[in-house]
Ligand binder design. Structure first.
Ligand SMILES: NC(=O)c1ccc[n+]([C@@H]2O[C@H](COP(=O)([O-])OP(=O)(O)OC[C@H]3O[C@@H](n4cnc5c(N)ncnc54)[C@H](O)[C@@H]3O)[C@@H](O)[C@H]2O)c1
Length: 242
C-alpha cells in the first residue's frame, strides 16, 4: 500500500531542490499534489510533466492574498487538504554589519512569517476535517549559530519553536506538526563556490541530496511517524553533533 494514497499535499517551494524531490517521491506514494512557487512558467511545465493529480499555483508565500488563493485552488481541485509542507525558503549569507534592515525583514518574512501564515490557513481546514499534518522545513541552522547568516538562523530557530508550539496546541485535534532540519544539501540555494568547503565540514564528508531529504519528509508526512508531533527531525550528515 502506498504511504500517501490519495492524500492531498500542498508543497511550497515545490519546483526546486528539496520541494521538487519530495513532490516526486510523494507522487510515487500516491499523493495528489499542489505545487506552490514563484516562477509560473517553470511551475506549469513541471506540473504538466508530472501528469495527472498535480497542479501548480503561482504564489508568493509571504502574501496573505496569494496564500488564500492557494487554499481556495486546492479545495476547488481536490475538495480537501491533508498535508501542508512549508518548504519554500531563501538563503542569506552576508556579514551582519552589511545586512540592511529590509534584507533582514525579507529573510524572516519568507523563512518564518510565511510558515505561520500558511499553517494558520491550513489549520482552519484541518480543524473542520478533524485531521491534518504540517511539515516545516527548518534547518540545522535553527539549532546552532553560524557567522554570516544571522537573519536566516533566527528565522529557522523561530520555525523550530513555532513547530513545537503549534504541535502542542493542536495535538488533541488530530493535527500533527513537525519540522525537518536539513544539513548542507546540494540544491540551488547553496552557492557553487562554497559547496566543497561545506562538504568537507560535514562529518559524512559530502553534501546531502534532495532525495535524502524527501525520504525524511515522507516519514513525517506518512503514518510512519504517527506518534510524532511538536518535534524535529535533523538530517545533517553529523554536522550538529560536532
Ligand atoms: N539546501 C540546504 O542546504 C538547506 C539546508 C537547510 C534548510 N534548507 C531549507 O530547505 C528549503 C528548501 O530549499 P532548497 O535547498 O530546496 O532550495 P531551492 O532554492 O532549490 O528551493 C527553494 C524554493 O523556494 C521558492 N521560494 C523562495 N521564496 C519564495 C516565495 N516568496 N514564495 C514562493 N516560493 C518561494 C524558490 O523559488 C525555490 O523554488 C528552504 O526552506 C531552505 O531554507 C536548505
Amino acid at each position: 500500500m502506498a504511504k500517501l494514497q490519495d492524500k492531498v499535499v500542498v508543497i511550497t517551494g515545490g519546483i526546486s531542490g528539496i520541494g521538487k524531490a519530495s513532490a516526486d517521491l510523494f507522487k510515487e506514494e500516491g499523493a495528489k499534489l499542489v505545487l506552490v512557487d514563484l516562477d509560473e512558467q517553470k511551475g506549469n511545465k513541471i506540473a504538466e510533466e508530472m501528469g495527472g493529480d498535480t497542479i501548480f499555483v503561482q504564489a508568493d508565500v509571504t502574501s496573505e492574498e496569494d496564500a488564500k488563493r492557494v487554499f481556495d485552488k486546492t479545495i476547488e481541485k481536490y475538495g480537501r487538504i491533508d498535508i501542508l509542507f512549508n518548504n519554500a525558503g531563501i538563503g542569506a549569507t552576508k556579514p551582519t554589519h552589511e545586512v540592511t534592515y529590509d534584507e533582514y525583514r525579507k529573510t524572516v518574512n519568507v523563512d518564518l512569517d510565511a510558515v505561520f501564515l500558511f499553517s494558520k490557513l491550513a489549520i482552519d481546514y484541518f480543524r473542520e476535517q478533524g485531521s491534518g499534518n504540517i511539515i516545516n522545513t527548518a534547518s540545522m541552522y535553527g539549532w546552532i549559530g553560524a557567522a554570516g547568516s544571522a537573519a536566516y538562523n533566527a528565522a529557522k530557530g523561530g520555525v523550530i519553536n513555532l513547530t513545537r508550539s503549534l504541535g502542542i496546541e493542536y495535538a488533541k485535534e488530530n493535527i500533527r506538526v513537525n519540522a525537518l532540519c536539513p544539513g548542507f544539501i546540494d540544491t540551488p540555494i547553496i552557492p557553487a563556490e562554497v559547496k566543497e568547503a561545506l562538504a568537507e565540514s560535514t562529518p559524512i564528508g559530502r553534501l546531502g541530496t534532495s532525495e535524502e531529504m524527501a525520504k525524511a519528509a515522507l516519514f513525517l508526512a506518512s503514518d510512519d511517524s504517527s506518534f510524532m508531533t511538536a518535534n524535529t527531525l535533523t538530517v545533517d550528515g553529523g554536522f550538529t553533533a560536532q
